[in-house]
Design a protein around this ligand. Structure first.
Ligand SMILES: Cc1cc2nc3c(=O)[nH]c(=O)nc-3n(C[C@H](O)[C@H](O)[C@H](O)COP(=O)(O)O)c2cc1C
Length: 165
């Protein structure tokens, strides 16, 4: 196997051939502001106990805010949420508007219009190269009952999967 295939661009292309959903991580920063980060590294991990994972780039502007927090939420986005996804994927202001979320039982950030929402206590972090893997212990989970179309990401672009809406 040529090592050229391990160059960042080639690796990115290979990783990008794995179609994923898109999610928003929500945390309260040091000023108690609700902030969000777009991710596609979400994975379901365990049912018993209930665990999920996702990965955070160490160069993210939100790195300190997220690593300092002992809780976070994960919100699985719907097909009509590309604008929010783009906004929370841009360096700069990651703050949510107050109208964009409601509090979970623990006060976590449950994004309006998301297809599924998980409120997590930080279970474990794992150093992994230029990322940190976050494992969350899920304390509250909510799923949209209708079959609405998810926001998908494949080969560097948003894609749509047809749902019932
Ligand atoms: C579809 C999509 C998926 C992304 N997935 C991740 C991810 O899993 N982990 C991560 O740290 N950044 C991910 N990003 C990048 C962050 O959203 C982006 O780097 C960040 O918001 C840029 O601003 P920051 O430097 O303020 O973090 C993703 C971006 C997009 C558009």
């Amino acid at each position: 196997m040529s090592s050229d295939l391990l160059q960042p661009r080639a690796l990115r292309n290979a990783f990008g051939n794995f179609g994923t959903g898109v999610a928003l991580i929500g945390v309260h920063d040091a000023h108690a502001a609700a902030v969000g980060l777009t991710i596609n590294s979400f994975a379901s991990v365990s049912l018993e106990p209930a665990l999920l994972s996702w990965c955070l780039a160490k160069d993210s502007q939100l790195f300190d805010a997220i690593t300092r927090a002992d809780r976070f939420s994960v919100n699985i986005l719907a097909a009509d949420q590309t604008e929010l996804s783009n906004r929370m994927a841009m360096p700069g202001d990651h703050r949510f508007d107050a109208s964009e979320w409601e509090a979970s039982a623990s006060g976590g950030i449950f994004v309006n219009g998301a297809l599924a929402k998980f409120d997590c206590r930080l279970h474990q972090t794992v150093e992994a190269g230029d990322h940190v893997v976050f494992l969350g212990a899920i304390e509250e989970a909510w799923a949209c009952e209708q079959s609405r179309a998810p926001l998908m990401y494949f080969r560097g672009d948003y894609r749509q999967l047809l749902g019932d809406d």
